[in-house]
Design a binder for this molecule. Structure first.
Ligand code: ADP
Ligand code: MG
Length: 471
C-alpha cells in the first residue's frame, strides 16, 4: 500500500517555492481549519516523472486529499507552469515534525477535560476538549417525551433497551426526519441507565464526532487507544449515522467497533435520517449489520401529537397557554417538533417580557415572520439573484457556460439551494441554469454538501444565504 520510493530527487528550490505558494493560495480558498488538517501535513517529495509527488502520513489522509484537493492542487500547479499533475503517496518517514501542532501527551490530557458541545468539534478546530462521548441534554428524558401514534413504536423500543437486563435486539436502529425526537430518545436511554445502572458505561455521541475522533487518532497515531475506548463500553449510541455515508475508512472502523461490541453482547443504538436500506454510500456489510436488530421509525407528527407536545411543554414552563393558541400553533407549525417548540418559546418569551396576555392575536404577531416563511415559496430566480450578489458575480453567469471557479462555485451553491429550498426537480433546476443536465445539478449538490462538511467558512456562507432566503 505504501508507495515508498528510493529514487526521489530532492525537490529543487523552485519547485519548493511554487509548492509553498500554491499551498498559500489554497489556504485562502479553503480556510484555516481545513488547511491545518489536510494541506499543511502534506510534504513535497519531488518529481515522479512529470508529476509532482507529495507525501502524507496515512491512507485516510491520502484518500481525503485525493477526493477533495488533488484536482485543485493540480490546477494551481498547472497555473504556475508545472503541468503533469500531482500524486500523493503514503510517506512513512513523515516525521513528527511535519505536524508540529500535534502534541500527543497534551492531547491525551485534554481527553479528561469536561465534555464540549454535542456537535461542536470540527476537524482541526484547535483543542478538542471533549470526553469520549457527548454530554446529555437535561430535558431529553423519557418522562418528557410525549408519545403518540407516530412515535409509539420507537418509544417502546427505546424503553425496552433502557430497561432490559439482557440485550433485547442489536442494534436498535431509530430513524426518522429531522426534529422528530431521535436524539431525545437516545439521551433518554442514557439518562435512564445512568440512574438505574450506574455501573454500566454508556456512551452517546454523534457519528460526526465518532469520525473526528477517529481522524484525530489516525493523525496522532493513537488508534489503539481509540479502539480500546470504544470497545470497552456496555452501551454505545451513535447518532445521525448518515453522516458517515461515503466515508469509507470511518465506516470500516465503525464496522469493526460494531462487531466487537455485538460479539461481547453489548448494546448498540443507532439513529439516522433514513432506514438502513435507504442510506446511500454505505457499505453493504454495514447495512446488513444495521438491519440485524430492530429497526424502528418515527413518522412525521400528527396534529394530535403536536397539540400534546405543546400542552406538555406549556405545563413544564409553568405558563398558562390558551387552548386556542396551542391549536393554532399545532395547525400552522407542522414541519417538526423542534420548530414547534421554538414557536411556543417565542410566544411565551414575548408574554414574559412584554407582560401582555397570550392571545391568538399576539401569537400571530410574534410569529409573523415564521408563519410567513413557512408559507412563502422561494423561487429559483430569487436564489440566483441572492447568490450572485453575495459572491459578487453577474446574475447572467448563473446561466452562462463559463466554467471559471469564481462563477462555477457560486452557480453550484445556487443549484444546491434551489434543491434545498424549492420543490423543483433536478431536471427543472438544470433548465433554469442555462439548460444544464440534471447530473450537473446532482454533482453540484454533492459538491456543496462535501464542501460544507469540510470547510467551515464556506459552510457559514451557505448557511447565511439559506437563512436570508428563508427569512
Ligand atoms: P432529531 O434528533 O430526530 O432531529 P430531537 O430529538 O433533537 O430530533 O428533537 C427535537 C426537539 O423536539 C427536541 O427538543 C425534543 O425534545 C423535542 N421532541 C421531539 N419529539 C418529542 C416528543 N415526542 N415529545 C417531546 N418533545 C419532543
Ligand atoms: Mg438528532
Amino acid at each position: 500500500m505504501t508507495e515508498q520510493n528510493g529514487r526521489n530527487v530532492e525537490p529543487c528550490q523552485d519547485l519548493q517555492e511554487t509548492w509553498s505558494e500554491i499551498c498559500e493560495t489554497l489556504r485562502a480558498e479553503i480556510g484555516e481549519a481545513s488547511y491545518q488538517s489536510w494541506i499543511k501535513p502534506m510534504r513535497l517529495i519531488g518529481k515522479n516523472g512529470s508529476a509532482v509527488r507529495t507525501g502524507v502520513p496515512t491512507r485516510f489522509m491520502r484518500e481525503w486529499i485525493q477526493a477533495h484537493y488533488q484536482d485543485r492542487l493540480s490546477e494551481l500547479l498547472d497555473g504556475r507552469g508545472v503541468s503533469g499533475g500531482l500524486d500523493v503517496v503514503i510517506h512513512q518517514e513523515h516525521a513528527p515534525s511535519a505536524r508540529p501542532e500535534t502534541k500527543p501527551a497534551e492531547a491525551r490530557k485534554e481527553d479528561a477535560a469536561p465534555a464540549g458541545p454535542v456537535n461542536g468539534t470540527g476537524i482541526g478546530n484547535g483543542p478538542h476538549a471533549d470526553d469520549i462521548g457527548a454530554p446529555l441534554d437535561q430535558r431529553y428524558t423519557f418522562d418528557r417525551f410525549v408519545v403518540g401514534k407516530p412515535n409509539e413504536f420507537a418509544y417502546a423500543a427505546a424503553r425496552r433497551v433502557a430497561e432490559a437486563e439482557v440485550v433485547p435486539f442489536n442494534p436498535l436502529f431509530l430513524y426518522g426526519g429531522v426534529g422528530l425526537g431521535k436524539t431525545h430518545l437516545m439521551h433518554a436511554i442514557a439518562w435512564h441507565l445512568r440512574k438505574t445502572r450506574p455501573d454500566r458505561s454508556v456512551i452517546y455521541l454523534s457519528a460526526e464526532k465518532f469520525m473526528y475522533r477517529f481522524v484525530r487518532a489516525l493523525r496522532e497515531h493513537n488508534t489503539v487507544d481509540f479502539k480500546e475506548q470504544f470497545r470497552s463500553v456496555d452501551v454505545l449510541m451513535v447518532d445521525d449515522v448518515q453522516f458517515i455515508s461515503g466515508k469509507e475508512s470511518t465506516q470500516e472502523e465503525f464496522f469493526h467497533t460494531f462487531n466487537a461490541l455485538v460479539d461481547q453482547g453489548r448494546q448498540i443504538v443507532i439513529s439516522a435520517d433514513k432506514s438502513p436500506n435507504d442510506l446511500e454510500g454505505m457499505e453493504e456489510r454495514l447495512i446488513s449489520r444495521l438491519n440485524c436488530g430492530l429497526v424502528a421509525d418515527i413518522h412525521a407528527t400528527t396534529y394530535e401529537l403536536r397539540l400534546g407536545i405543546l400542552q406538555a411543554k406549556g405545563e413544564h414552563m409553568g405558563v398558562e397557554v390558551p387552548l386556542k393558541v396551542m391549536e393554532f400553533l399545532a395547525h400552522k407549525i407542522t414541519s417538526n417538533v423542534r420548530e414547534l417548540e421554538g414557536a411556543l418559546n417565542r410566544v411565551v418569551a414575548h408574554h414574559q417580557l412584554v407582560g401582555r396576555d397570550i392571545t391568538l392575536e399576539t401569537s400571530q404577531d410574534v410569529l409573523h415572520d415564521l408563519l410567513k416563511a413557512s408559507e412563502r415559496r422561494v423561487t429559483i430566480e430569487e436564489i440566483q439573484k441572492r447568490v450572485s450578489t453575495h459572491f459578487n458575480i453577474r446574475v447572467s453567469d448563473m446561466h452562462s457556460a463559463r466554467r471559471a471557479r469564481s462563477v462555477a462555485r457560486p452557480r453550484q451553491v445556487a443549484m444546491y439551494l434551489s434543491k434545498q429550498l424549492t420543490s423543483r426537480s433536478l431536471p427543472e433546476i438544470g433548465r433554469k441554469f442555462g439548460g444544464r443536465d440534471h447530473t450537473t445539478v446532482m454533482h453540484a449538490v454533492k459538491k456543496v454538501e462535501e464542501l460544507r462538511e469540510q470547510d467551515s467558512s464556506f459552510n457559514e456562507d451557505v448557511e447565511l444565504l439559506r437563512r436570508m432566503l428563508e427569512g
